[in-house]
Design a protein around this ligand. Structure first.
Ligand code: ISL
Ligand code: CA
Length: 628
């Protein structure tokens, strides 16, 4: 089924019926912190696009609506409606993301490594996770901590050798766990052999592996995510080269068949080794619009990134993804989860639906910030926004798609720190989030440190930060603010909060006895693995128990989800139900006591994050009851 072509004579409601239109409208409303009803009310939804264009002439860039229509009409396929859930291992798995630099350092040089990871596999097994995602461990000059790959076929020497990796994979499989690698193929390092040849000789076939332009002026107004323009000038050949990320992360030209072939063989090479799948870095950015047109000013003001409409869902993206799936993943039955910033639910259905043969799952990020906020804002996150997001996705994503459930990764500050910085809330908040993550429908991705309630770090100054994004942001904030203000701004959103060493013990020697490459600044007693494993009702033990519960009860994986009293503020209650089992999850999303609505009669308490049960829900209380 296809949606009709949208023209300026179409009405807002027609636009809203297309997958891209709906996602974009939702995105903009989210950004503006507006309710969806302002668009679905009959008056607005009947307006013709050209009328809206006239009304907004003053505020909007003249080409805004043309840009919008191009984007919307590019994908008119309508997502299929719900079917039955196809059961498979990755829907049942509990993933754990490892940031190798900061997980465990076996040779004591201050940097985490593969032997370190191997030494912690029993630990992972003890929590109960059964799939591991490794952030990049390939050879890299580490401008962006491994997301700038120099050689796809080598292991970074600081992390170990290929033998170490093979041992790791073997040890993972011995424990009946799965291992997925990070696949970074939107760009390579500028130190990759391909890029070196590309700038050395413009006649070389590798020149066309990247996106070069030989104009006098900068080719377009696109911005890099890490600050400055998305182009760097190569003076030896008088050409511009595109980089959407750092100046050392050069975008590959996916239009070139040989690039595709080379990447495909690389993927197969890793699958031949036995890896179980991939987390695909910014995989929705692969296809760039023909002619690389300038980014629209209004979109740039709204979204914050200039040019993004020309590559976040490029014209060939779906082709590339299905090709990778067919030629590389399918023969190995490999699993894929795409990281796709900017992709909303409807487009997500088109990219991950069972019937679409592109990706298995994807990471959506809309729940990580409250409506109206961006990562670098310092604000308090209201968990009612998380609840709204989860309800919306759970009810509307469909059985042919499957959600990834996560709060943290290596690209964001710690989620619980956004909600409350009060020390007394920490254990309850952590376990409340764990309950939600492990009892809703979707695959949980735990990020290292979640299981001990890790929080943001009190970095004292810029010298302690390492991330290229933080360092660049600091420089650009300095243009308009003083040092303290710039530092505070960086600190609110810095990715380094989640990149500090894993806190294995109170004395911080469990990660490394050497000087660690980045220092952690949270020494609150009791928030390390050693103490929590000893302590009976710790966050760690809650994770363990909840994972076990999920594993042993199919209703918590494949069962239906029924929400109750969804409109009741601060209150989150739902049922997981199948033919055999019924679970009730009842939570308080606030720091104030709240009345219970669940009738506890005939129900057996399975889990509570408070010691004694009570008739009121205490701050951030989360309980699971079972009927039958
Ligand atoms: O941090 C961001 C920029 O503001 C995010 O948009 C992030 O860069 C984006 O989610 C893409 O992330 C992935 O690709 C990047 C890498 O730096 C991140 O670590 C990775 O997860 C480039 O490879
Ligand atoms: Ca090391």
């Amino acid at each position: 089924m296809k949606a009709p072509v949208i023209t300026k004579n179409s009405r807002i409601k027609d636009l809203y019926q297309t997958p891209m239109g709906k996602d974009l409208v939702h995105k903009v409303l989210l950004q503006m912190n507006q309710k969806r009803t302002i668009i679905t009310n009959p008056i607005v939804s009947h307006l013709k696009i050209k009328t809206v264009e006239k009304l907004l002439k003053k505020q909007f860039d003249p080409n805004f609506f043309d840009a919008l229509l191009t984007l919307v009409n590019q994908e008119r396929t309508l997502p299929s409606k719900t079917s039955t859930i196809q059961e498979t291992w990755w829907k049942e798995a509990v993933f754990y993301q490892i940031y190798p630099r900061s997980f465990c350092d076996a040779n004591q040089d201050g940097i985490g490594d593969i032997q370190g990871i191997i030494s912690k596999l029993d630990y992972l097994q003890a929590i109960g996770v059964n799939a591991v995602w490794l952030s990049p461990i390939y050879d890299s000059p580490n401008d962006d901590n491994g997301y700038d790959i120099r050689d796809y076929y080598q292991i970074l020497d600081t992390f170990g050798s290929m033998e170490d990796f093979e041992l790791l994979l073997n040890e993972v499989h011995q424990r009946e766990m799965k291992l997925i690698m990070d696949l970074v193929v939107n760009h390579t390092s500028d130190e990759h052999e391909w890029y070196k040849q590309a700038v050395e000789d413009t006649q070389s076939k590798y020149h066309d592996y990247y996106i070069f332009r030989s104009s006098k002026e900068i080719p377009n107004n696109w911005k890099s995510f890490f600050g400055g323009p998305a182009w760097r000038y190569e003076s030896t050949i008088n050409e511009w080269a595109m980089h959407l990320f750092s100046t050392k992360q050069m975008d590959l030209n996916w239009e070139n068949n040989e690039v595709q072939e080379d990447i495909m063989s690389m993927i197969r090479w890793w699958l031949d080794k036995g890896v179980d799948g991939f987390r695909m870095d910014v995989i929705n950015y692969l296809s760039k619009a023909k002619g690389l047109p300038d980014g629209n000013k209004t979109i740039s003001d709204m979204i914050g990134y200039t040019g993004i409409e020309h590559y976040f869902y490029g014209p060939k993206l779906y082709d590339y993804l299905t090709k990778i799936k067919k030629q590389a993943f399918m023969p190995y039955n490999a699993f894929s989860v795409g990281e796709m910033p900017g992709i909303g639910m409807e487009m997500g259905k088109l990219l991950t639906g069972d019937d679409r043969h592109a990706l298995d799952m994807f990471f959506s990020f809309d729940h990580l910030e409250a409506p109206g906020h961006v990562r670098f804002d310092d604000y308090v996150y209201d968990l009612n926004d998380l609840k709204d997001y989860l309800i919306d996705w759970t009810l509307n994503y469909g059985n042919h798609c499957w959600m990834a459930l996560f709060y943290n990764n290596h690209d964001n500050p710690r989620f619980i720190s956004k909600v409350s910085k009060q020390p007394e809330h920490r254990p309850y908040l952590s376990t409340l989030l764990a309950v939600i993550q492990l009892t809703l429908k979707g695959t949980p991705f735990i990020y290292q440190g979640d299981e001990i309630g890790a929080i943001n770090q009190a970095f004292p100054n810029m010298n302690e930060l390492r991330d290229v994004e933080s360092l660049n942001m600091y420089q650009s904030y300095l243009e308009t603010s003083n040092e303290q203000e710039a530092f505070n701004k960086v600190l609110a959103g810095s990715r380094d909060h989640t990149r500090v060493p894993m806190k294995w013990d109170q004395r911080n020697v469990g990660f490394s006895k050497g000087v660690s490459w980045i220092k952690g600044f949270d020494d609150t007693e009791g928030y390390d693995v050693e103490s929590q494993m000893k302590q009976e009702r710790s966050i760690w033990h809650s994770y363990q128990l909840l994972i076990e519960l999920r594993k042993n009860n199919r209703a918590l994986i494949y069962g239906d989800v029924v929400f109750y009293k969804a409109k009741k503020k601060d209150y989150f209650m739902y049922q997981r139900i199948d033919q055999d089992q019924v679970f009730w999850i009842e939570c308080n999303l606030s720091s104030q006591p709240l009345k219970r609505c669940l009738d506890l009669q005939n129900k057996k308490l399975v889990y509570s994050n408070y010691e004694q049960t009570s008739n009121v829900l205490r701050p951030y209380e989360a309980t699971i009851y079972r009927l039958r």
